[in-house]
Design a protein around this ligand. Sequence first.
Ligand SMILES: [Zn+2]
Length: 159
Amino acid sequence: MLTLKINDELNLEGYEFKIYEDGYKYSTPNSNRSAGNEKTLINAFKGYDAINEWWEYNFNILENTQKQIIEAVFPDIHQQGNKRLKQPERVYNVALKRLAKTQEELMKPCSRCGTTGHYSYNQRSGTVCFKCSGLKYTLPKVTAKWITKVHKYFKTLET
Ligand SMILES: [Zn+2]
């Protein structure tokens, strides 16, 4: 089972997410992230709500196909009370790994490495195949039909 849940011991004090007309500010006990203009405050969240809203904010800026894939592999991802630790981009990578494990059930064999996950050496990634990132399988064309199939596959796994 995936560990997407936040440790219950987590100290929620110090988590704050503020959304401005022109930007945002996200603070945790150890870091601060902000972008744009901190002028007109639209909404502010604290504690657990701040973590959740920050997650949704980052989810919303992903590409559409990435969002669809995450929602198909993790059907309950938006459910209230579903605390999350991994940021959406990382959740997407986990989703790809889970898809790759189904091999040809849901994915296509990587045409570059022929499902070895490795190819000729390069400075950046060593011998890891850059087409499939070493997953050995790649996404097929993402269609509504395929998304439905993925959704069904992972829904069945859950029960
Ligand atoms: Zn490959």
